[in-house]
Design a protein around this ligand. Structure first.
Ligand code: AMP
Length: 213
């Protein structure tokens, strides 16, 4: 199964991709996670990427295409993958199409996770990661016991640097200008399926699975 997840920041791409990965045993390829791993190495490229991410801008297509070509060439992608956060521009979408044509392995579906702006903002401003387990939590939606348990275990609730209101606004703007047009790009190719991304993760996942069926 070769799938692209499209959707605004906060639409739940990462959460849904992880659920599908667990059920289908195909890798979640999150270009945001890949870039954050590079940032953590504190290399010259990592420092550049960090500045771009924290400004809510996009890393250049050249760099992203190099990263994704290398990643999709690895053995664990032979039976499929879930792309989360790539493509984000028309250039990236065209290059992905070319790459998959070369290997005769076209996409099966593109799922657009669709939710209202107020939901997206609450998900992003409330998003935290447990410093001990890496689990994603939300100060507005996660059960209070679960949030308290992180602190009780000596952990911290970490907020992403780019999840502040000013950067979030800019990320939405970039999404609308650069990424939203990809819905039409994939609609024209008969690949697009839209899923209502409002509500709890499990409810969205049920709709996501139904859209893939
Ligand atoms: P995400 O975790 O998907 O929200 O991505 C976090 C940030 O990483 C984005 O705001 C961009 O700065 C950068 N990024 C992730 N994926 C891409 C991509 N496909 N093209 C350009 N920049 C990206």
């Amino acid at each position: 199964m070769r799938i692209v997840l499209l959707g605004a920041p906060g639409s739940g791409k990462g959460t849904q991709a992880k659920k599908l990965m667990a059920d289908e045993h195909i890798p979640q390829i999150s270009t945001g996670d890949m870039l954050r791993e590079t940032v953590a190495t504190d290399s010259p490229f990592g420092r550049k990427a960090e500045a771009v991410i924290n400004a809510g801008e996009l890393v250049s297509d050249d760099i992203m295409l190099g990263l994704i070509r290398e990643r999709l060439g690895r053995a664990d992608c032979a039976d499929g993958f879930i792309l989360d956060g790539f493509p984000r521009t028309r250039e990236q979408a065209l290059d992905l199409e070319k790459l998959l044509d070369e290997t005769n392995a076209p996409l099966d579906a593109v799922i657009l996770l669709d939710a209202e702006l107020d939901i997206l903002i609450k998900r992003l401003t409330g998003r935290r990661t447990c410093s001990l387990t890496g689990k994603l939590l939300n100060i507005y939606f996660s059960p209070q016991e679960e949030l308290d348990a992180v602190i009780a275990a000596g952990g911290q609730l970490i907020q992403r640097e780019d999840d502040n209101e000013e950067t979030i606004r800019h990320r939405f703007d970039v999404y609308q200008r650069r990424t939203e047009p990809l819905a039409d790009f994939y609609r024209q190719r008969g690949l697009l399926r839209t899923v209502d991304a409002a509500g709890a993760a499990d409810e969205v996942y049920a709709r996501f699975r139904a859209a893939l069926a």
